[in-house]
Design a protein around this ligand. Sequence first.
Ligand code: ATP
Length: 445
Amino acid sequence: MPATNIEDLIALCKRRGFIFQSSEIYGGTQGLYDYGPLGVELKNNIKNSWWKSIVYERDDVEGLDAAILTKQSVLKYSGHEETFTDPLVDCKSCGERFRADQVPDYCKKEDLTEPRQFNLMFKTNIGPVDDGKTFAYLRPETAQQIFTNFKNVVDSTSRNVPFGIAQIGKAFRNEITLKSFIFRVREFEQMELEFFVVPGTDEDWHKKWVELRINWWEKQGVPKKSLELYEVPKDELAHYSKATVDIMYKFPHGVEELEGIANRTDFDLGSHSKNQDELSLKSKVSENNESNAKLALKDENNNWMVPFVIEPSAGVDRAILAILNEAYHLEKIEDKERVVLKLKPHLSPIKAAIIPLKKNDEKIVAKAKEIKNKLQSLGMGRVLFENSGNIGKNYRRHDEIGTPICITIDFETLEEETVTVRDRDTMSQKRVSINDLEEVFKDLF
Ligand code: ATP
């Protein structure tokens, strides 16, 4: 059963080193979190799993890693300067500010100002002179630099539609109302794919990507029964979208968006392109006299064609919250409680713990280190040589952090070349020959 309240998860994340409040020793900053020793491993594993399924296991997607600081023109023509806003209200009685549609119950809502639009983008200065003109934005989504690099990627890879460009990276939003731990924060990571298709085939591709993404979430341990699809109503669609389907998840605080899958039409390539009047654009874009590139392809009749874009956009931090929530189990064994994170092994921060039964026996310790190095060299992720605490405490800790197996080295190991392998989920133990250990370990993934 998943965690029933967010407090259980927050406590586990802090206690075991997954997630800390940022700048905690100075009182913390709202909406900013730091990922600790285990959090960084979990995060990397989720990102690797996405990258593997989107880039490596397909033959029609290229990767990209673009700059975070973004030139003003990019976010002017993308529409973000004008429309990436939330309605802000002030409460004159409690003195706080809220997003107009998210005023919490503790506010009496009696003395609220009229909503005014607040732009969510962070600005920063480029270069030593702060003249108000040479600024850049911290990107509010990773997508835009994919569009501005469209021609670079096409020219350097000879790609033609349908094909995609994927990127994982930080995004920044000066959110007015923060929510539920890492659910809504001001600095977060996104895993975004812009998949370019022939106009007219966009609706089919949109459906296909919704299906593919749900399958991926299932493989990460977020079952279909915890997900809902939400078709965003026409009057709530973002300025670039023809249709958006949100994958919603039952977070501990309620059902909310985990990933958005939008049909962005030809809006973005069209907006960033020069010579727009030669492109027969379907969407309404602002005139662009600053771009020096035509972001279009030639079709089979040698006419310019601007591909439509399907965009599956998932938040890494929300993925972490959903995956931890699903993995969290509180079990009663006889009269004792056990917390266990039943993470899919490919996501576990530690893949195996190697535990010498006697921490001060040179031969046992040397053998344990030898086994650790051997399993580590297989490249499946972090294998930990566990040299503190007693065996009971070691098992408890590794259950709580989701380590799929613990391998214990004892005197028998030295005599018979066997080890004890304990399974996290069943807690069953079996004796395995060191010669077979590599296979037993690899079979987990
Ligand atoms: P919401 O309305 O819930 O704030 P959104 O519709 O603005 O989300 P998108 O612009 O579609 O979000 O961004 C794509 C994904 O990026 C979201 O599905 C979510 O997983 C993630 N994301 C967006 N904003 C945040 C945030 N402030 N903190 C954490 N993750 C975020």
